[in-house]
Design a protein. Structure first.
Length: 147
């Protein structure tokens, strides 16, 4: 059976807590997503987020999302049990909510954090503990996972 839709569970260390919140749904390909979705605009941000999901899967990661007051698009637990938090913002003017979500997550899991990344259109910089990386550069990195 071919998998074309994937559910991404909420990140929590408790299985019970993982199953409680709503799950996010991603598609195996952006072409399929475009063919069957109903949209009013180009939706480049959603396409970029779906692309990041596909790359995380391809690289062998198990992506989660996290949400409290703010949201983190992807949480990946590495082999060292440290966490990488990733937000996708396919723009050069990064919204404060992208940083706020990562900071809120770090406030809860800071002792387990490896890094916090915002994937952007072309912005590359470091702002405190957050690294901004252009999506194209992240995709061309070693195996898709942050280095």
């Amino acid at each position: 059976m071919a998998k074309v839709l994937f559910e991404v569970p909420h990140f929590a260390y408790s299985l019970r807590a993982q199953t409680r919140p709503n799950r996010k749904i991603y598609c195996i390909g952006n072409g399929l997503r475009n063919a069957v979705s109903f949209r009013f605009s180009e939706d480049k941000g959603k396409l970029a987020e779906n692309l990041v999901f596909i790359e995380l899967l391809r690289s062998g990661a198990t992506p989660f999302y996290w949400k409290k007051k703010k949201e983190v698009d992807f949480v990946v637990k590495g082999p060292d049990n440290l966490l990488t938090a990733i937000n996708v913002s396919y723009a050069d003017a990064i919204s404060a909510r992208e940083k706020d979500g990562l900071q809120e997550f770090a406030g809860e899991f800071g002792y387990r954090m490896k890094e916090m990344i915002i994937l952007t259109k072309d912005t590359e910089q470091v702002d405190g503990d957050i690294t901004f990386v252009p999506l194209w550069k992240w995709l061309l990195s070693k195996n898709g996972l942050p280095i």
